[in-house]
Design a protein around this ligand. Sequence first.
Ligand code: SF4
Length: 304
Amino acid sequence: MDKIKLIEQIKQLKGEDTLILAHTYQPPEIIDAADITGDSFALSVAASKTQAKRVIMCGVRFMAETVKILSPEKQVILAAPQATCPMADQISPERVRKFKEENPDIPVVVYINTNSALKAECDVCVTSSSAVKIVSQLPQKDILFIPDQNLGAWVQKKLPDKNIILWDGFCPIHSKMTASDVLSAKAEHPKAKLAMHPECPAEALQYADVIGSTKAIIDFALSTDEPVILGTERGVADYLIEKYPEKQFYHLCPDRLICPDMKMTTLDGLLECVKGNGGEEIVLDPQTSEKAAVCIDNMLKYGG
Ligand code: SF4
């Protein structure tokens, strides 16, 4: 069956009680089949404000977990059960527990791109758009920021009065970007502005005109009349190029800025989820879920 017919079938069969969420890095046809598209936390909040009884997440596992934490009463299905974020599992909860035993006065700030068991051990969650604001509002000078060392280094640069302790986590996709990749793209498109995600390393970010979350990158790209090189997972550029053919958008390293886990959702798989046969229902240990919810609530408390 062709893609348009599959999308029609998904929309017809899903019913009013089911909400389909798609992260911005998903393939364009999955975005077209979804009810809501956006960053992971925005999707979780949006889902929590609906009456939907069943939520199908087209994304990776930690995103479905965050939906479940914010909406424990809803049935949450991860459309592609094998889709995980490699960064989400890079730091073990035990390592954080040990750090906190040895450093009880240092708050642990955790990026939203982590599994619920890790969030449950941390003090406050952040997104890429709220990290600087939240860390700036913490009273302590010393802060452990996990897992993404590139995002943490960017926050440190913005907040020189803080002492941000970084560990060895990273996004295996964004961290591949080098200064030479960026300079080549700028040489190819000399009139274009460069918008980059802070999960990229500092050596590449130093040449960016705009640094921000996926939403911030999209907002900037749509607000300017100038050409833009999109320095984040290629799904963002693929979608913008298709939807706004009148604008000049360019990929940065399209062959390497691909997250394989984000491409695991298929229309056939989504159709099976809608029929009640596919995907995996997210079930969280209640204690872990409650502790992770406190970590996320603290993000909201600090204005994230
Ligand atoms: S792009 Fe990076 S941070 Fe995002 S899901 Fe893929 S591996 Fe994880």
